[in-house]
Design a protein around this ligand. Sequence first.
Ligand code: C5P
Length: 302
Amino acid sequence: MFDPSPRKYPDLQESALGFVLRSPAKINLSLRIVGKQDDGYHQLETIFQELDWADEIEFCESKEFNLTIQGADLPSDGRNLIVRAAVAFAEAAMVPCRGQLNLTKVLPLQGGVGGGSSNAAITLLGLNRLWQLNWDRHQLEPIARKLGADCPFFLYGGLATATGRGDVIEPLSGASGGHFVLVLPTFGVETAWAFSKVKFPLTEVEKNVIFSSLPSTGVGEKRALKLGRNDLENIVFQRFPELNDIRERLLELGACLSMMSGSGSTVFGLFEIDEDAQRAAHELSKNRSVRVKVCRAIARLR
Ligand code: C5P
């Protein structure tokens, strides 16, 4: 049963040999590109929302560092963001890098739901506990930032706005209401490619969102951050028109908001009523070339 009351981040469970942290997915309720920095990164104004869909990482004591992965064919060496997070944290804290980490992967790769960044940030939070370092989240932020622009958000979870490269986080209380239908194509979109195609000035694609379930303490106050706009959509939809077809189909099926998350390839629809979301999910899952997932948004204690 879904529990809408805010809880502590991240979700933690003791296990036989250590503890397990959930490593959640996010979507962007808005993603505006407002400029380009000298380092090539783009300046963003975005709204992140954590979802109740997650990988899991188990953290156990061990003299050496080792990572196992279930559920995806991913490297478990220095190419993996979890390993890079562990090494960077050990260096910054000047402690030996140790621990047995077991990742159970369910989130899609290159899907625009932040799976890799989430794993990296949760690794920092988990090792902080395993190594009993007691660093606060502000101290972890610079390490997270170096691992990826989406990474700092996952130190806080819940609902948040972000500026800078998407890495300057303002955590908010509350969460979006409603039911998210995520449509995940079998292919991913490379973030660097999508951003490399950005040309200013951007074409405005304003969307008329009629949705009453956003918290008054949250997004409602952020008037500058228009809900429902993703400035990467035009670029990504040009190369993958089928993603725009999915967006339109979600609207036809009754979504009050439908957009791409991050740089894609995930496209989601937001429904006020569960039955409508379930019906849309059922319709869309007839298409064999996509995966469909219905999610709720999570609120965190601030
Ligand atoms: O930070 P992350 O590794 O997720 O970003 C992948 C790529 O996306 C960057 O190398 C950069 O080319 C692009 N990017 C950008 N502006 C952002 C975030 C990412 O140009 N704010």
